[in-house]
Design a protein around this ligand. Sequence first.
Ligand SMILES: Cc1cc2nc3c(=O)[nH]c(=O)nc-3n(C[C@H](O)[C@H](O)[C@H](O)COP(=O)(O)OP(=O)(O)OC[C@H]3O[C@@H](n4cnc5c(N)ncnc54)[C@H](O)[C@@H]3O)c2cc1C
Length: 459
Amino acid sequence: MSATAADDYDVVILGGGSGGYACALRSAELGLRVALVEKGELGGTCLHRGCIPTKALLHAAEVADTAREGEKFGVMTTFEAVDMDRVKAYKTGVVSRLHKGLQGLVAAAKIEYVAAEGRLDGPGTVVAGDRRLSGRHVVLATGSYARTLPGLDIGGRIVTSDEALGLDELPARVVVLGGGVIGVEFASVFRSFGADVTVVEALPRLVAAEDEAASKQLEHAFRRRKIGVRTGVPFASATQADEVVTVTLESGDTIEADLLLVAVGRGPATEGLGYEEAGIAMDRGFVPTDERLHTNIEGVRAVGDIVPGLQLAHRGFAQGIFVAEDIAGLSPSVIDETTIPRVTYCDPEVASVGLTETQARDRYGEVATYEYNLGGNGKSQILGTQGFVKVVRRADGPVVGIHMVGARMGEQVGEAQLIVGWDAFPEDVAAFIHAHPTQNESLGEAHLALAGKPLHAHS
Ligand SMILES: Cc1cc2nc3c(=O)[nH]c(=O)nc-3n(C[C@H](O)[C@H](O)[C@H](O)COP(=O)(O)OP(=O)(O)OC[C@H]3O[C@@H](n4cnc5c(N)ncnc54)[C@H](O)[C@@H]3O)c2cc1C
């Protein structure tokens, strides 16, 4: 194999997920010659096994709950059953339309799409199938995979999110191992679809990266939905027979189920890809970078889930765009990871941006907080959801964190992000009139209260 002129590029990107394809599209827009190497499907985890299919399932789950609860609103609906074939057809339809759209974008941008497994072969070269692609810049974007625990083999009734998305039949009893984002989203879906669900989490609370108040509210809501929550109890082992999987906890308790969903985090997909041989510094499989996403090797950058930090699609998009612009000489500002919004789409949703109260106290010492209860918000009452908006500000200073729980509250994270990102003071936000009756108003009310002029709230 020898490099030909046709195989020389400005940018060669290994991995066509959120980070990789965003980098490819922006690079092409900026007039760079781009090759994008993808061994599976363009769009990666987010489009095919992550964000999009799970959110389609969560929407189907919401429809099931709406059918079940119609009577509460005076509409006499009944819930009959969930037809998994049709749910899957709906989910697949959404994914396929987006996939087709993305393929069209990549083709229109004249990106050289190489459908093959690739490997880094020295700093400026990627070998993919029978091609040898050389790039002035190489971007590693190979993403992540579902982890399991030592001794816990995936197979049969023990699955990860990958298999859970393709289930043909609904399990009647599910144990979800891991109370992080992916675990609680699946727990929420399975419960809405009618299963008995128990979440097992070794840490003392669900969604442990969130503000403690959010974890508490979610746990309370899950218990009301009759989702079993076993926090602070490490998993010990699991055994499976034809009909059942038995989960044993370190406390000695056992739980029987039809399905064990292992949701204990995602590891970096970096093994056997030539990274170490090319001299890339690694940290437990991840690829550390500087703030401009350079690895330790000149000309090689990394984006997305392989870079330590939040494993979120929109972080991958932002990093991909950043790298393209930096390569093109636009000198973009470095990405501020603290203003990346986070949404967990279970019912109720958990959405946040910036620092938790504990992090803010550790960083700044004195802080002030206000927790506005959605009980005072007209639209949330209409929807029948409970939750809050919690605002954390530095003492007499700007807002540094916003934490929200409640049905549909994920949609409010955009304004929260602007407030934290622009270092707004509660007094600044209080001057903006929020539309009534919206859930968005709860953000306005929380800031009014923190600015010392509460309306539908206690000071
Ligand atoms: C169940 C689930 C739900 C999620 N929900 C959300 C959500 O709601 N919101 C959110 O922001 N994030 C969500 N995420 C996370 C999100 O999917 C990831 O953060 C995002 O996909 C990371 O993008 P990436 O480009 O780093 O990697 P990936 O999307 O994993 O893409 C990497 C790509 O590289 C390819 N590749 C790997 N090795 C090679 C090779 N050797 N040669 C060629 N190609 C290769 C892979 O096939 C893959 O397509 C979810 C994840 C999961 C699993």
